[in-house]
Ligand binder design. Structure first.
Ligand code: NG1
Ligand code: MG
Length: 507
């Protein structure tokens, strides 16, 4: 078993191996790991098909594995014995492989091992192997429900560990695609950001992750040469368990943006000169944008000088124009081209609108039920998504710049604009996150925003390196002490981080 690269994780590594041996009486044959992530900018736009800019953190999920082959003539199905380094908090679980469904996952009853089952089911469907018996011990130190993607780190490490136990080492892209699909078995209509960064991260850089027209990852070096800086993560300590609140939060936003894309797409196509053109059903806002940029049919599209997107600058202008169009289409709640929303809102108001599926199965695929009692505010959601997609590209432009000018303030102001848009247009912040980001800016950060799904969880701040120590002291005093949290654990709540590596196997 090769020791991992840095001191801290090797102590934790050795502790896991010792606990594994004590529990199972044999040595683990390997350890899989996959990290959590911080999203620097690009929130709630991955499931809309737009690019995002996350980086891996040094918190991860470690999975120690021993595999025992199933005798060919054995009547027994392969089993999995799942244990955790903290057995009091996470009780053991055992389950069996079944030929037809591999393993059943009850998304309505959250259990800590559901995420392992997601990875197990997803990878075995894709590699088409019958697994050996598995003895597993898990040690995760990505804080749960904190917006650092503990769930995806868990699913990615699980899928990797099961593939490896079956003698398969999938390439990073295939493993990422599997993990994105697999996590949806947990009941959350996730985008693809978390799994992509967890698996494909490269040390010392963030990744620009594109989902359209296909999955692609480009390392982005955030310029240290202007002023040395750190990204500091600070947890609001408001736990937001997505699988619990999805029907009113996350999944509802997925539905709103999908509906918005549908209406924008229909509106644009409805303007087509040739009425016989079937209205293409746009699935993501990104495809709507391409519809605009490709289509010569509507006067509005002409406003985007109709050319196929060549440069980032043209694409950014296209986003700006589409923001203006969306303001027009979704003004004052009149949906421009389709009163489907009004009808649905009346029909399902206040109920658990599982009824969406009778609207159009393919349209709502994977959404499950959502509560419409909070109403649907498509104009604000679209304004956030399109402006956020533009901010990501502007952030990358600034990073790629010549480097003489001091760019930290430009990067910081893009992060601040993101926080404002998340809070005021996408309504995925909360009072504690609004308070904490404001305090971070008052304590020396040049930029500060919620990171991950929001509704709680962590913030990420861009802090000039010489101010980091003073910054942390001010936030500990002004937030954790003020709210009566016992500051002895503060190291787990607020920490400076640098981009870390992605999924790995240690033998
Ligand atoms: P969190 O909740 O921080 O793991 C979620 C989604 C991402 C993305 C962000 C918002 C899952 C597993 N992850 O991240 O795809 O949509 O919210 O940008 O649902
Ligand atoms: Mg998560």
């Amino acid at each position: 078993m090769s020791a991992p690269v840095d001191g801290a994780s090797s102590e934790r590594h050795q502790r896991l191996l010792r606990s594994f041996k004590a529990r199972f009486g044999v040595d683990a044959s390997f350890v899989a790991r996959s990290p959590g992530r911080v999203n620097i900018i690009g929130e709630h736009i991955d499931y809309c098909g737009f690019s995002v800019l996350p980086m891996a953190v040094d918190r991860d999920v470690l999975i120690a594995v021993a595999a025992k082959s199933v005798a060919a003539d054995s009547a027994h199905a392969p089993t999995v014995v799942l244990t955790n380094i903290d057995p009091e908090k996470y009780h053991d679980a055992t389950f069996e492989y079944t030929k037809d469904s591999i393993v059943d996952i009850d998304a309505t009853k959250h259990a800590w091992h559901n995420y392992f089952k997601c990875g197990y089911k997803g990878i075995l469907e894709d590699i088409g192997k019958v697994p050996p018996h598995l003895e597993i011990m898990i040690d995760g130190n990505v804080p749960a429900g904190a917006g650092l993607s503990s769930s995806s780190a868990f699913v990615c490490a699980s899928a990797l560990s099961v593939a490896y136990a079956c003698g398969v080492t999938p390439n990073k892209r295939d493993l990422t695609e599997t993990a994105i699909r697999a996590e949806r078995y947990s009941g959350v209509q996730t985008g693809g950001m978390d799994q992509s960064i967890s698996i494909m991260a490269t040390p010392s850089s963030a990744l620009l992750i594109d989902f359209y027209p296909s999955l692609n990852a480009t390392p982005v070096l955030i310029p240290p040469h202007t002023r040395p800086y750190k990204f500091v993560v600070a947890n609001s300590l408001v736990t937001s368990e997505k699988h619990v609140t999805a029907a009113r939060n996350y999944n509802l936003r997925v539905l709103e943006t999908r509906l918005a894309a549908r209406l924008l797409g229909a509106w644009v196509s409805a303007g087509s000169a040739d009425d016989s053109v079937a209205v293409p059903r746009a699935k993501t806002l990104r495809e709507v944008l391409d519809l605009f940029l490709d289509s010569q049919a509507t006067g509005l599209a002409a406003g985007f000088n109709g050319a196929r997107v060549g440069s980032r600058a043209e694409f950014i202008n296209g986003l700006r124009n589409l923001e203006a169009v969306a303001e027009l289409v979704f003004k004052d709640g009149v949906y421009g081209c389709d009163d489907a929303v009004t009808a649905l809102q009346e029909k399902y108001k206040g109920e658990y609108a599982a009824g969406w599926v009778d609207v159009e199965k393919e349209f709502c695929a994977g959404i499950g039920g959502v509560y419409l009692d909070g109403g649907l505010d498509l104009k604000k959601r679209v304004r956030h998504v399109l402006s956020e997609a533009r901010r990501v590209l502007e952030f990358v432009e600034v990073c790629g710049g010549s480097g003489e000018a001091d760019v930290l303030d430009s990067l910081g102001s893009l992060m601040n604009a993101s926080q404002k848009s998340c809070s005021q247009d996408f309504n995925c912040s909360c009072p504690e996150l609004d308070e904490l980001t404001a305090l971070c800016l008052a304590s020396g950060a040049v930029g500060s925003r919620l990171t991950g799904a929001g509704w709680g969880g962590c913030t990420v701040s861009l802090v000039p390196e010489e101010l980091v120590e003073d910054f942390i002291a001010k936030v500990v005093e002004g937030y954790y002490a003020k709210h009566g949290h016992d500051v002895k654990d503060v190291g787990d709540w607020i920490f400076a981080t640098i981009p870390g590596s992605g999924a790995l196997i240690f033998e």
